[in-house]
Design a protein around this ligand. Sequence first.
Ligand code: ATP
Ligand code: MG
Length: 173
Amino acid sequence: MSKGLLIVFTGNGKGKTTAALGMAMRTAGHGLKVCFIQFIKGGWHYGEIDAVKRFEGLIDFHVMGKGFTWKSDNIEEDARLAREAWDFARRMIASGVYHTVVLDEFTYLLHYQMLACEPCLEFLNGRPAGQHVVVTGRYAPEQLLATADLVTEMQVIKHPLESGIKAQKGIEF
Ligand code: ATP
Ligand code: MG
């Protein structure tokens, strides 16, 4: 029986989502099941969406609100979609099927108060024993950091965008 950890990758530097993908791959390598849920994605076709197809039966990958960025002018609608996405994530966590559940870019739902922080953290703390949960995204709220077992903050030293180098395959998407 493993000790289930609540893991947070936050900060403004690059590497949060890729760190979570690395953990998912590592877990799948042991034949253990992962549920990877992306809460916000932009317009690119991300390499990971196709890569995880090669881990069928081990990594279940879900993009909530395809191509949707939670940035519409309709705040009510955004909050409704956020609640729907969180309901789905809760079902996946509570199913007990997964060794690890990744909530990629989940911090924004808390930061922008589309979801109330307290009940979310209460739910995460009551997840099935032994299950790991990984949360990624900038602006992780203090309460999340306080309750997490592992927190890594990615810090920007340099990013190629600052030198005018555009996003590239395998690096950004
Ligand atoms: P990755 O998905 O590459 O692991 P991330 O999850 O840490 O990055 P996000 O905050 O989710 O980063 O932002 C996603 C996109 O923004 C990525 O394409 C990434 O390269 C880019 N990005 C991340 N940090 C910076 C930065 N400091 N300056 C400019 N672009 C950035
Ligand atoms: Mg990310």
